[in-house]
Ligand binder design. Structure first.
Ligand code: MCA
Ligand code: AMP
Length: 498
């Protein structure tokens, strides 16, 4: 047992024999988690005193190793770069090179010829957690608040995904503010089936639960049947998901016989909290969930760069279609296109935010970092009004940002990839409304040579994550353009409606 503790993570000192993580039949206590974290710390440092913001990437599914890495890399003074297990080799190459990664930790089953090629080209060493050298952890692990802790990638309206750098202070603030606002207790048990390369899964679920000494059940992916069995057993006290998952849960519940369905809905009813976020929760979904489970969603609004900014109250009125009020420590104003503050609550304005949870920079991209702020206010690109004291998100300022199943996707990034196809001469990508996914990706394509939709899909899947590949395609002679030659995307929506 290690006597060393990771200074920034209080539960590792306190929670002892309580269960931190459950993975199928196996469980890990906090003492064991601390040991695993300390092995990672010692192995990565291998005699050095600090990783000095080395970006250590990892490609692990939800697992004990993932948890030890995300805490251990930070405790050792490094920046944790959790990568998507669904990403293509090209997407991983972009992330590794933007973040300047030298070491990538991954289990052997995640290795591939394509990734070997990428790592060889970039000079990235690949190793598994068990390959880390056995070494002595240093006696002290001091951390400064402004030190980088985490890089998560986010799509923007320009170019490829940017690496959002959170610091020890901003991650700690995200976690402690949610623990306080949503009443986390050490007795809480939560399922984790969201991807572990985004803030929702990483911070709101994994880090909040572990920081507080609660228990997390790990799932390789979302599987309604698996999760609902545990819900029916009253295993969980807290549930957090994106709206698409609640839509899928309702569809699954409808397939069950009445007695089984009652057990599951009772399991949800018995929880202390159901949270919906990452995308707008439609009011009919809010109402249907309440009718089925008696749970009124706590809907909140967040962003990779900010963590959570707005939240309906844990105690008090939770209003459907609204995202509540600023969390403690978050200051929000709404601005017009010319940057002036909008005072009238009913006039739509872009949300501009100051918060101790805000990111430090886009890694290696001072230009984008500077553009993201106006006088110290982070510009979210989301348009909102205030209805009787509660914020309501109307949509995004840019048509080029798509939200599908809670994933934020850049239309421009998808277009740029499709244009690499030798038979594609023009392409425009938009999000079209969809009851299950919020929006789905749709592409209008002008071909230089004939190619089938199936071939284009197959080709795309090798180059982008499955969730970025367009679900709807229209092949046209030309795209609608304005006098300046720019594609008029709003008019494209009508094509897909047809
Ligand atoms: C999967 N597919 C998708 C998506 N996800 N297509 C479009 N949009 C998606 N989001 C594809 C799969 O590749 C699959 O294709 C097909 O859809 C059907 O898969 P299915 O089994 O039905 O779906 P799934 O694989 O179970 O995924 C659905 C999901 C997933 C569980 C809802 O999309 C998901 O985990 N979303 C959450 C994303 C998230 O955590 N976002 C947070 C970022 P095929 O079978 O043909 O391969 S936002 C954030 O962090 C901020 C701070 C915030 O506010 O929270
Ligand atoms: P990401 O950049 O992936 O972290 O996604 C953040 C974006 O998700 C925000 O800028 C919003 O557009 C959207 N979002 C998150 N939560 C909500 C919500 N409750 N309602 C509407 N949009 C949301």
């Amino acid at each position: 047992m290690s006597t060393q503790k990771a200074a920034w993570f209080p539960s590792l000192h306190q929670a002892g024999e309580a269960i931190a993580l459950v993975d199928g039949e196996r469980s890990l206590t906090y003492t064991e988690l601390n040991d695993a974290v300390m092995r990672v710390v010692a192995g990565l440092l291998n005699g050095e005193e600090s990783l000095k913001e080395e970006r250590v990437a990892f490609l692990y599914p939800a697992s004990f190793d993932y948890a030890a890495l995300i805490i251990g890399v930070v405790a050792a003074g490094g920046i944790a770069v959790p990568l998507s297990v669904h990403a293509s080799a090209g997407e991983l190459s972009h992330c590794l090179s933007v973040a300047g990664v030298r070491r990538l930790l991954l289990p052997s089953e995640m290795r591939s010829e394509a990734l070997d090629g990428v790592c060889h080209e970039l000079g990235v060493e690949q190793l598994a957690v068990e390959d880390l050298p056995e070494a002595e952890a240093p006696s002290a692990l001091p951390l400064a608040g402004e030190q980088g802790a985490l890089i998560v990638f986010t799509s923007g309206t320009t170019g490829k995904p940017k690496g959002v750098v959170h610091t020890v202070a901003s991650v700690s603030a995200m976690v402690t503010s949610l623990i306080e606002a949503w009443g986390w207790e050490a007795t809480d048990v939560i399922p984790l089936f969201l991807p572990l390369h985004h803030v929702h899964g990483i911070v709101n679920i994994l880090l909040c639960a572990l920081w507080r000494g609660a228990t997390v059940d790990l799932y390789a992916r979302f599987d309604a049947e698996q999760v609902c069995q545990k819900v029916a057993d009253d295993r969980y006290s807290v549930f957090m998901a994106v709206p698409t998952i609640y839509v899928k849960l309702i569809a699954y519940l409808k397939t069950l016989d009445e007695a089984t369905r009652d057990q599951v809905t009772e399991g949800f009813a018995n929880m202390r909290l159901n949270v919906s976020g990452s995308a707008a929760c439609p009011v009919p979904l809010f109402d249907e969930w309440e009718t089925l489970t008696s749970q009124r969603f706590l809907e909140r609004y967040g962003m990779t760069e900010l963590g959570m900014a707005l939240s309906n109250p844990y105690e008090g009125e939770r209003r459907p279609g609204h995202v509540g009020q600023p969390l403690p420590g978050v200051v929000i104003k709404r601005v017009s296109e010319s940057g002036e503050e909008i005072i009238d609550p009913a006039t739509p304005g872009e949300l501009a935010v100051k918060s101790r949870t805000a990111f430090r920079e886009y890694w290696g991209n001072p230009e984008s970092t500077a553009k993201a702020f106006a006088d110290g206010w982070f510009l979210t690109g989301d348009i909102a009004v205030i209805d009787e004291g509660a914020y309501r998100i109307l949509g995004r300022a840019s048509i080029d940002i798509i939200k599908s199943g809670g994933y934020k996707l850049s239309a421009l990034e998808i277009e740029a990839t499709l244009l690499e196809h030798p038979d594609v001469s023009e392409v425009a990508v938009i999000g079209v409304p969809d009851d299950e996914w919020g929006e789905i990706v749709a592409a209008a394509v002008v071909l230089a040579n004939s190619v089938s939709e199936d071939d284009l899909v197959r080709w795309s899947r090798e180059r982008m994550s499955g969730y970025k590949v367009p679900r709807e395609w229209i092949f046209a002679e030309a795209l609608p353009r304005n006098a300046l030659g720019k594609v008029t995307k709003p008019s494209l929506s009508a094509w897909f409606e047809g």
